[in-house]
Design a protein around this ligand. Sequence first.
Ligand code: HAM
Length: 421
Amino acid sequence: MSSSFQAPKGTYDILPADAPTVLAIREAFAAPLRRAGYGYIETPVFEDVKLFSRGVGESTDIVSKEMFTLTKRSDEDLAMRPEATASVLRAALQANLHRIGNLPVKLWYSGSQYRYEKPQKGRYRQFWQVGAEAIGAEDPALDAELIILADDAFRSLGLRNFRLLLNSLGDKQCRPVYRAALQDFLRGLDLDEDTVRRAEINPLRVLDDKRESVQAQLVGAPMLRDYLCEECKAYHEQVREILTAAQVPFEDDPKLVRGLDYYTRTTFEFVHDGLGSQSAVGGGGRYDGLSEMIGGPALPSVGWALGVDRTVLALEAEGIQLPTPGSSDVFAVPLGEQARTVLFGAVTELRRAGVRADFAYGGKGLKAAMKAADRSGARFALVAGERDLAEGVVQLKDLSTGDQTAVALDALVSTLKEKLK
Ligand code: HAM
């Protein structure tokens, strides 16, 4: 009988059979960041709720509908982090990293995020991201660096059916002018009450409305691209040029608006074509005003987060199986009490010498123990009975060929290390 409890709605367990893939994805995302000088950071999974309402934006779905809030005392409202950019910037400011070291401060993280969304394939209430933030520099090469690192990370996993969408959201000079023009246009449309309200608070989000009825009316809407100021235009052009020189293909997507309010200028999303509606496997952009929004100094910054869960699905969609090493190389099968003691000692010694070794626990008979050895995926079984011990040897059985050889107990570690090379 299984337990009467289940993982909460929208969450799932990462079991040992799937864990190697998840760990390999995290490593594939992290490796390019480490090579580019990003330092690892961890922040709490909950923060002051105001960090997110101010940072991510009061009117975003993430803050207004999807936040898990925790109230312990009336003066202290906490929320599970729906994303990590605001937290990482908060941590960097709190520790004065922007004053102590070089700018940009380059940080990366790996962890779970929490959003109270309607669960479906690829959309969970707890999900994993690997992210990177470069804090305190305005330089198109830095935006391009991050995009190139993400592209390299996806490619290193063997993924090919993904596309990079690129846009510029302008800055505090040109975006308000565009916002007003878009609002004027939206006021002339036939929209439902909710969308009318959204058009007043966050008109750019209306462009992202997936409904056919809305999209049909958006034909002819003013595009931000036509309102960018000269500085934003030149900046964006440089990002595009650097990406082209680095041979990173991208598609200009003038309708790309992200679900978080802090973005300025460069914004991008990686979408995978085998994932249906939850197609974004990663996204990010520049957030030049976020530091000031949370009470810090002006620190123009840029970053991204890649979705681990959706990358698992993308690998499946492309039929890519990452190599998953078995959990042990050697499996010890003792025959009798004396052999138990000796082989347990041998397993301990092997592990200390760096060999992955396991043991037939639970006093199993020979047949069941050999079955366990097979299932473990180990290359060798280490079998010994009283007669072997009297001769100072153990039997080493190659589980793929069935060949068996006697090895002197005191030469076991060196013999196995040689064979496993
Ligand atoms: P985001 O676009 O909200 O950006 O999330 C980044 C990625 O996390 C998405 O592309 C997707 O792969 C994954 N993701 C988001 N929500 C879910 C979900 N409910 N279930 C499964 N996967 C999900 C951010 O979070 C920004 N903090 C990125 C950033 C960093 N911008 C600047 N710096």
